[in-house]
Design a protein around this ligand. Structure first.
Ligand code: SAH
Length: 231
């Protein structure tokens, strides 16, 4: 077993690296990868940089170059479902690309030929996350995450994404990591803590809560890591 732990931004992986203590840094494909041993298991940590392209590159690299056989993603997101408040956690059941649009040819939003509107996350790890949540005495929602190369700070756009994809939260990397893992047959788990609610105040809320929400997500991911290793 070799486990990849990804974030998009430095703030998302810093709390994870802190827990790992010592690690080896390898530069590859314009990025840094941090390799460590945690409870006897090899882990590789990296932040991809923001967006679908960079996260695709990082997920592929972790699997194909570093040989990881599972991917855990920890980060922050904008909430769509009104039940998600800043600091709340959401586990992705499935993910979709909200900015993928060839509807001019009669296809649904999020779809291209030979692709799929949604990619399902690994059911076993979702089940494990329920155990982790109950061990921690935390409530964690499950839901659909929509991904696109846009920071959404607009009620209308947010509502459209919510309605079109039945999405509960949105961010900029989850669905691309999902596509990579699905294609390479690697189980993946995407966790996000809410930093904002994708409305006109989103950028201010994001700046205020990025660090605290990233820590909330990272703490949960470390417990997930324990659970995955123990199974
Ligand atoms: N402040 C950063 C940019 C952050 S982009 C800078 O200036 O460099 C937002 C990041 O957080 C992305 O990685 C995305 O996955 C997540 N995210 C949080 N809230 C979001 C929102 N409302 N819309 C899109 N992505 C969001």
């Amino acid at each position: 077993m070799k486990i990849a732990i990804m974030g998009a931004m430095p703030e998302e992986v810093a709390p994870i690296l802190e827990k790992l203590g010592t690690y080896k840094t390898t530069k590859y494909a314009n990025n840094e990868y941090y390799e460590a041993t945690y409870n006897g298991v090899e882990v590789v940590v990296a932040y991809s940089k923001i967006g679908k392209v960079f996260s695709t590159l990082t997920a592929s690299t972790m699997i194909q170059y570093f040989g990881c056989d599972r991917v855990l993603f920890s980060g922050v997101a904008g909430g769509i479902n009104p039940s998600l408040k800043v600091g709340d956690l959401i586990v992705a059941t499935k993910l979709s690309q909200h900015d993928l649009d060839i509807t001019a040819f009669g296809h649904p939003f999020g779809f291209v030929p030979e692709g799929a509107v949604y990619v399902d996350a690994d059911e076993e790890m979702i089940a494990m996350s329920k155990e982790v949540a109950s061990d921690m005495g935390k409530t964690v929602q499950e839901g659909i995450i929509a991904t696109g190369d846009q920071f959404v700070a607009n009620e209308e756009r947010k509502n459209w994404i919510g309605e079109t994809f039945s999405a509960d939260a949105l961010e900029m990397e989850g669905a691309s990591v999902a596509v990579v893992c699905d294609a390479l047959d690697i189980p993946f788990f995407i966790l996000r803590a809410i930093s904002d609610v994708a409305d006109m105040d989103a950028s201010f809320s994001f700046d205020e809560f990025l660090e605290t929400s990233a820590i909330i997500s990272a703490e949960f991911i470390m417990k997930m890591l324990d659970k995955v290793i123990a199974k």
